[in-house]
Design a protein around this ligand. Sequence first.
Ligand code: 0O2
Length: 221
Amino acid sequence: LQIKQFKLIKTEITRFMMMYKFALNELETKVEILQEEFQLLHDYNPIEHTKSRLKSPESIWNKLKRKQGGLSFDGIREHVKDIAGLRITCSFLSDIYRIRDMLEAQSDLKIVEVKDYIQHPKPNGYQSLHLIVEVPVYMSDGKEFACVEIQIRTIAMDFWASLEHKIYYKYNETVPAQLLRELKEAADAAAALDRQMERLHNEIQSIREEQEDGEANELTR
Ligand code: 0O2
């Protein structure tokens, strides 16, 4: 009987994780569609790359312990909303909010939480737009809703976050104050670079539009 019970639990856990994998697959397809259509309509691709990941059972358990104080399978959905994660790296700052708007407009997706670390960066300088999105997943016995954490950021924000993550782990979680100050300065420099690239992008777009208007006027003359 114990082996039978163990097998049932194992299948249930695998099925639970599968649901998050399917939710990620659905979102990835949605983002690919937006990307291709945007390229066709506007002649540029606002997304540099995407990366998805499923949290390991060990880190789900650790987060649950931290949040709930105890361990109960029932608390997972409520307390761990980032089991499935999708990171979208955009070219420009304005693309981040454009992608957010396009996802928000999809009636089968429900944005249940927004953390705007761009308007309100973390004290260490971390910037990104985080959305928790509920994705409907059609399983054999009906519809389920799975939460996915979407992190939307620019290349500069991604560069900073990836390296900060590495530095942090290298120093075994006790980062010297001087290093923290320099990391914050680096985050500020990345943010300044984003603003500069956004300005250049807008200027070039206006020049292009003026040229296209001029060419259209020539043709109608
Ligand atoms: P991993 O390995 O990326 O998955 P909450 O869920 O609301 O209780 P939580 O989990 O802190 O609180 O959520 P939040 O603030 O939205 O941040 C979650 C994720 O954002 C982290 O996931 C990181 O990916 C990223 N993140 C947040 N702050 C920082 C930071 O200061 N530096 C870097 N490099 N990344 C950050 P995980 O689960 O910690 O890790």
